[in-house]
Design a protein around this ligand. Structure first.
Ligand code: G3I
Length: 351
């Protein structure tokens, strides 16, 4: 994509010459001088810049156009989760995920698969009864392998296990942990690898951007898994940040210590919420945080990219989950870019 940007800039220069020579003029020449997108800027650094999206939003034309033009990676916000993909035991429905994958293909975007094993948004048939360990093992293996096989070659990475730890670094007592013990994580990774030898396999969680008990737990687990030859390729840090809790200043060091284990890292679900109403000061701080987190990823070789948890306040999950908070994304509810958007551009080296 380096080529694309260079080509565009040459086009711009060429247009200027042609205009000066009276050979070309007006809008056609100016159209070639469109600024590079976040995706193009990120690609100059060998990274992607992405956004989550969700099926219902795809009827919104202007939203869909920006999603398709500004980003080179998308993540389905809900469409690949267990409740959506296996609504009845053994009956799989990939319609929602497929819609996102097809959109990505049309826009030449990569897809992060999200997510195979999570305690939330599970189907009723799974949560509504007790399971023996052998039963649940079989259910888990089938779910993982059927979904990973379906998306083989179509997603470049999977969040295999999502949110496995508590804040204090103990294992979250999910149905999987309680029934199968902590080994369900290694098993899930192995099953995913069997189903797709090439896809990048991640563990993903929130509040692990800074060095602390929860990210320490991931570091310990990742080290152990790597030592045992379990197929783990990366750690996804969701980065659902909030102005009132402070910026995770150890983010860059933290990314680096996972790189040293031979792992990729990614910022997978970025948003920076604030107490409403937003004002200029809060938006300026938010912009600084987006700048800082983008720079942190660029500073660490194995941080492969950044994904916003949707790109516009119009479709953010925040107001529904944190009443009184919001304005978390770089575009506002009218799809207008906010200071955060320009800060990201600067961090990515836009001239
Ligand atoms: O599908 C139903 C719809 O039929 C119904 O009319 C509507 C009424 O509320 O609800 C719809 O379900 C909603 C679902 O999203 C799909 O839109 C749920 O209520 C809502 O709770 C659910 O929220 C999702 C949330 O995960 C659930 O925990 C968000 O959209 C999604 O962005 C969010 O994503 C998670 C990541 O997967 C993991 N990390 C945290 C992140 C934020 O919570």
């Amino acid at each position: 994509m380096r080529t694309t940007t260079i080509r565009l800039r040459l086009c711009g220069a060429l247009a200027t010459v042609l205009v000066a020579a009276g050979i070309a003029s007006g809008p056609a020449a100016q159209a070639d001088e469109r600024p590079p997108t976040l995706a193009e800027l990120a690609q100059e650094h060998g990274r992607y810049y992405g956004s989550a999206t969700d099926n219902p939003e795809l009827t919104d034309g202007p939203y869909k156009a920006l999603l398709g033009s500004e980003f080179d990676q998308i993540t389905p916000g809900n469409g690949m989760k267990w409740y959506a993909t296996e609504p009845q035991q053994g009956v799989f429905d990939f319609a929602k995920g497929d819609e996102i994958v097809n959109l990505a293909r049309a826009n030449h975007q990569k897809v992060r698969g999200h997510t195979l094993v999570w305690h939330s948004q599970l189907p009723g048939w799974l949560t509504g009864r007790e399971w023996t360990a052998p039963e649940l093992r079989a259910v888990l293996k089938k779910h993982i392998q059927t979904e990973v096989r379906h998306y083989r070659g179509k997603v470049f990475a999977w969040d295999v296990v999502n949110e496995a730890f508590n804040e204090d670094g103990t294992y979250r007592e999910t149905v999987f942990y309680k029934t199968l013990g902590p080994g369900y994580i290694a098993d899930s990774l192995r099953w995913a690898r069997q189903a797709d030898p090439r896809v990048r396999l991640y563990l993903n969680d929130y509040n692990i951007e800074a060095v602390g008990p929860k990210s320490d737990a991931y570091h310990r687990l990742a080290k152990k898994l790597k030592a045992r030859g379990v197929p783990l390729d990366g750690i996804g840090m969701q980065a659902h940040l909030a102005l009132q809790y402070g910026y995770p200043t150890s983010l860059e060091d933290n990314l680096r210590r996972f790189s040293r284990l031979g792992l990729d890292t990614a910022l997978t679900e970025v948003d920076v919420r604030m107490l409403l109403p937003a004002d200029d000061a809060k938006l300026a701080t938010q912009a600084q945080w987006y700048r800082d987190l983008t720079e942190a990823c660029l500073a660490v070789r194995r941080c492969v990219g950044v994904t916003l948890w949707d790109y516009t306040d119009k479709y953010s999950w925040i107001p529904a989950f944190f009443p009184g908070e919001g304005a978390a994304l770089p575009w506002d509810e009218e799809l207008r870019p906010k200071p955060a958007y320009f800060a990201i551009r600067e961090a990515l080296g836009d001239e």
